[in-house]
Design a binder for this molecule. Structure first.
Ligand SMILES: [Zn+2]
Ligand SMILES: [Zn+2]
Length: 232
């Protein structure tokens, strides 16, 4: 028994704990320091209480040992909390990263969408240019052909008018011999002139450009229903 008391007294005499334990004396034994811990009652007590008193049948341990154990339990608890906090901070950081990635992804998709629509617009512009070119081509071909005919008719008209003039002059020739010398040739010219076929004319509806109308209703409907790819 004395040996146990000695051990407890020795433990309590450690300078590290001496100061804190100096003030705590046993209520039962006024001269005894509280220097052991009853493990069953979970309470600090004195050596005499263990040997003779309330904690006679209890299992006890030196106060510093329990102090150290509980301190290390608390420090484990602190470490656990800190680890938990670190984990929460990591999750927050991760979610902030997710926000950033969402914004980044949104920005990229908007940019891609813009490029797709720009490409569509340039296809429209290109096709418009091609079709306008087709109309211009046919318009010019047709006008050129009609202008050619006008020129042809004009030339004929000019020649015919000259012949009229010549014929009128011939009519005024008073000398019969002189008149007859030219009249046969003149008549032949008039006959030839009248035989020249002037039937070449633009066919009915030649001026129409109606066949250049386009129907874009279905394309417009497709444009209106452009959607995001599903399952992509
Ligand atoms: Zn006591
Ligand atoms: Zn006890």
């Amino acid at each position: 028994v004395e040996n146990i008391i000695d051990i407890y007294k020795q433990e309590s005499a450690r300078p590290l704990h001496a100061k804190a334990e100096q003030h705590l004396m046993c209520e039962e034994h006024e001269d005894e320091r509280i220097n052991i811990y009853c493990l069953r009652c979970e309470a600090p007590t004195c050596s005499l209480c263990k040997v003779f008193g309330a904690h006679k049948d209890c299992e006890v341990a030196p106060l510093p040992a329990v102090y150290q154990r509980q301190k290390s339990e608390l420090s484990d608890g602190i470490a656990m909390l800190v680890a938990g906090n670190d984990r929460i901070q990591a999750i927050i950081t991760q979610m902030e990263e997710i926000c950033h990635t969402i914004e980044e992804n949104g920005r990229r998709q908007k940019q891609q969408l813009g490029l797709r629509f720009d490409a569509l617009c340039s296809i429209l512009e290109e096709r418009k240019k091609e079709l306008l070119q087709s109309i211009t081509q046919e318009q010019e071909d047709k006008v050129q052909r009609v202008r050619g005919l006008i020129r042809q008719y004009g030339d004929h008209l000019e020649a015919s008018s000259k012949l009229v003039e010549t014929a009128i002059q011939a009519m005024e020739e008073p000398q019969m011999a002189l008149y007859l010398q030219h009249s046969k040739e003149l008549l032949k010219k008039i006959m030839d002139m009248s035989k020249v076929s002037m039937s070449s004319r633009p066919e009915p509806g030649y001026e129409s450009m109606d066949h250049f109308s386009i129907n874009v209703d279905y394309v417009a409907e497709m444009l209106r229903t452009i959607e995001f790819q599903t399952g992509a």
